[in-house]
Design a protein around this ligand. Sequence first.
Ligand code: ATP
Ligand code: MG
Length: 322
Amino acid sequence: MEYTVEVKNLTLRYGSFIAVDNISFNVKKGEIFGLLGPNGAGKTSTIKVLTTLVPPTKGRVLISNYDVEKEPRQVRRVMGWVASEVILDDDLQVIENLKLQASLQGLYGWEENAENMLEYFKIKETRNKKVGGLSTGMRKKLEIIMALLSEPSVIFMDEPTIGLDVGTRKMLWELIRDIRKKHGVTIFLTTHYMEEADDLCDRIAIISKGKIVAIDTPEKLKAKAGSSIITLEVNQDFKASDLKGIKANRKGNEINISLKGGDASFTKILKRINLKNVDSLRLTKPSLDTVFLNLTGSTMEEQESSKIQNMNFYATIRRARS
Ligand SMILES: Nc1ncnc2c1ncn2[C@@H]1O[C@H](COP(=O)(O)OP(=O)(O)OP(=O)(O)O)[C@@H](O)[C@H]1O
Ligand SMILES: [Mg+2]
C-alpha cells in the first residue's frame, strides 16, 4: 500500500498541555481524508505538524516518505496548503498573487499551469482584477490554485469551507473531488461539519480531546452507530396485526421499526406491512452525529461563531484598506 501521509504515535504539547495525544493513522495515495472534531480537539495542531509548521513533541510523521522533522524542506516541496486564515493579498491582482506564491516557493515555468487552472476553475476573467473585489467562492478557488501551483502530491486544508454559504461549500466539495480526479492529488482536510466529512471524505478520523476515537469510511462508521429506523405515521384504524409480526415500538400514532438487517431489509419489511392505514413513512439513517455521541458522550455542537467573527473582522479590514 502506498501512503502519502504516515503518522505514528504523534504527540504535540504546548508547555504541559497535550493538544495531540499519541495518534496514529495513514492516508492512502489519492484519498480524500478528513480529520473531524469539535473546537479545540487538536485538528489544527495536527495539521501544523504535518505541514512542518511545528515539530512533533513525540512520534514520527512522514509525508510522501519524507520526515517532517528531518526533511522539512522536501516535505514543503511535495505539499500544498490551504489555510483557513486569509492568505491572499487584496491589493494585488489574481495573477500577481499567483506570481508572488510562485516566487515564495521558488517555482519556474508555472505560468502555463496557472493560466490553465484559471480557465479550468472558471475564473479566467478575474486574471487581472484585484483580489479584494472577488467573491468568497472565487477567493477559495484562487487559494486552491495557489496550493496546486507546485503540483504537490498532497494538499492540506484546514477547515476549507468554514463560514461559507451552503452553495459555495457544495461547489468547493465538487472542486475538491475534481482536482483529486484530475491531478491524482491526496487531500487531507480538517472540518467540524459532519455533512462535509460524510459527503466528501473517503475516510474520516474522528478526533476528540487530542485523541483519535474512530477511523473508517463514513458508511462503516455510521453502520457501527446503529441501524436505520423506519417511522410510520398511522391512523386510529391501524391494528397491531397490520405489522404482520414485525417488531416495532408504538407511541400514539407513530410506529418505529429498527432495520436490523441493514437497508436491504427496507423493501422486504414494507412489502409485509399492511399499509392501508399508514398516512406517511420516513427512513432515518444513523448519522455521524450519533457516531460522535456514542464515542465521546457529547455532541459536536457547531461553535464556529467566533471564527466567523474573525473572518468578518478580516473582511472589515479589507474594506477599510480598499
Ligand atoms: N500555541 C498554543 N499554545 C497553547 N495552547 C494551544 C496553542 N494552540 C492551540 N492550543 C490549544 O490546543 C488545543 C487544540 O487546539 P487546535 O487549534 O489544534 O484545535 P482545533 O481542533 O483546530 O479547534 P478549532 O475547531 O477551534 O480550530 C486547544 O485546547 C487550544 O486551546
Ligand atoms: Mg483549528
